[in-house]
Design a protein around this ligand. Structure first.
Ligand code: BEZ
Ligand code: FE
Length: 306
C-alpha cells in the first residue's frame, strides 16, 4: 500500500479543491510588488471562499462571466458601468469611508458619482445656476469653517445637481443648456457663500445596462435620494466631496448607492412670503436652505500606496 507523505502533500503545487487558494497564491513571485502580493492574495482567498460557499454550476459561473463581459462592453468615455457596479454594491462608499476618517464635527464625505465636471463656470455669490427655468426655486447659503468654527475665506465650492426632470446636463447634451445646474463659488472673507438654484429631486442612476438589470433581478430600485453635490476645497484642508439631502425624500433610507449619511440631511424651509421672495429675486414661494461646511486640516493617508 502506498501512503502519500503529508509534508509533501501540504506544499504540493498541484490543484486540489481544499487548498485551491493556497495553490494559486503560492505561484506569486516573492519579487512581485509587496502591495500587489497582498491585494491579490486576499482577493484570491476570498474569491475562492465565495465560490466554495456558493458552489456554482458551470452555467451559473458562465452567467457571472457574461455579466462582467457586458459590464465592460457598456463602458465608454462617458459611461463607466464598473464604477456604477461598485456604487450599487456599496463598495464605493466603503472605500471612501476607509480613506476619509475625519474628526468628529467635520463634514463627512459621500459618493462623488459620475456626473462631476471639472472647470464648471465660476459665479459670484448670489448667482442662479438653474439655466432651464424648471423646478421650485431655492436659495442655499452658509459658511465654510474649520473644526473650531473659524471662517475659511476664499474656500472654493463646486456644486452640481440634476434638473427638475431628473437628469444632469451632461446626460442631456443639446436638450439642457450647457452647464445647467452646476457652478463654482468662492466663499467671502467671512467664509460665507450663497447661491440660487432649484430644489433637487430624486432620480434614477443609469439603469439601462447590466447593473440596472442586476438591481431589478435583486428587487432593488435604481433611485437616488434627492441631493445637491458639493466639493469644498481650501489650501491646507482635506477636500470634502459630499452632498446635502432633502429631508422629505422617500428614498433617503434606500438610496441606490448607499450615499446618505444622517449628518448630510438638511432642513429645507418653504418660504411663502412675497417680500422675502422679492428680496432674493424670486416670486413666492421658494425654498431656503442654510448649510455650513466644516473642513478638517489635511493629513497624510493612513497607508501609503506604492
Ligand atoms: C450621482 O449622485 O450623481 C450618482 C452617484 C452614483 C451613481 C450614479 C449617479
Ligand atoms: Fe447625483
Amino acid at each position: 500500500m502506498q501512503t502519500a507523505p503529508t509534508a509533501v502533500q501540504s506544499s504540493s503545487p498541484y490543484f486540489d479543491e481544499a487548498r485551491s487558494a493556497e495553490v494559486v497564491n503560492a505561484r506569486m513571485s516573492e519579487d512581485a510588488d509587496a502591495r500587489l502580493r497582498q491585494v491579490m492574495s486576499v482577493l484570491v482567498k476570498h474569491l475562492h471562499a465565495a465560490v466554495k460557499e456558493i458552489e456554482p454550476t458551470h452555467e451559473e459561473w458562465f452567467t457571472a462571466i457574461r455579466f462582467l463581459t457586458e459590464t465592460g462592453q457598456m463602458c465608454t468615455d462617458w459611461r463607466q458601468e464598473y464604477i456604477l457596479l461598485s456604487d450599487a454594491l456599496g463598495v464605493s462608499m466603503l472605500v471612501d469611508a476607509i480613506n476619509h476618517r475625519r474628526p468628529s464635527g467635520a463634514t463627512p464625505n459621500t459618493i462623488l458619482g459620475p456626473f462631476y465636471v471639472a472647470n464648471a463656470p465660476e459665479y459670484a455669490n448670489g448667482a442662479n445656476i438653474c439655466l432651464d427655468g424648471k423646478g421650485e426655486p431655492m436659495v442655499v447659503e452658509g459658511r465654510v469653517t474649520d473644526i473650531d468654527g473659524n471662517p475659511i475665506p476664499n474656500a472654493k465650492l463646486e456644486v452640481w445637481q440634476t434638473n427638475d426632470d431628473g437628469f444632469y446636463d451632461v446626460q442631456q447634451k443639446g436638450i439642457q443648456p450647457d452647464s445647467n445646474l452646476r457652478g463654482v463659488f468662492t466663499a467671502n472673507s467671512e467664509g460665507r457663500y450663497w447661491f440660487k438654484s432649484v430644489k433637487p429631486r430624486h432620480y434614477p442612476i443609469p439603469s439601462d445596462g447590466p447593473v440596472g438589470k442586476l438591481l431589478g433581478a435583486m428587487g432593488r430600485h435604481p433611485n437616488r435620494a434627492a441631493h445637491l453635490h458639493f466639493i469644498v476645497t481650501a489650501p491646507g484642508y482635506d477636500p470634502v466631496i459630499t452632498h446635502i439631502f432633502t429631508p422629505d425624500c422617500p428614498y433617503l433610507p434606500e438610496d441606490a448607492v448607499f450615499g446618505v449619511k444622517r449628518e448630510l440631511i438638511a432642513e429645507f424651509n418653504k418660504i411663502d412670503d412675497p417680500e422675502a421672495a422679492q428680496r432674493v429675486g424670486f416670486s413666492s414661494p421658494f425654498w431656503a436652505v442654510s448649510w455650513d461646511f466644516t473642513l478638517a486640516t489635511s493629513r497624510k493617508p493612513a497607508r501609503a500606496i506604492p
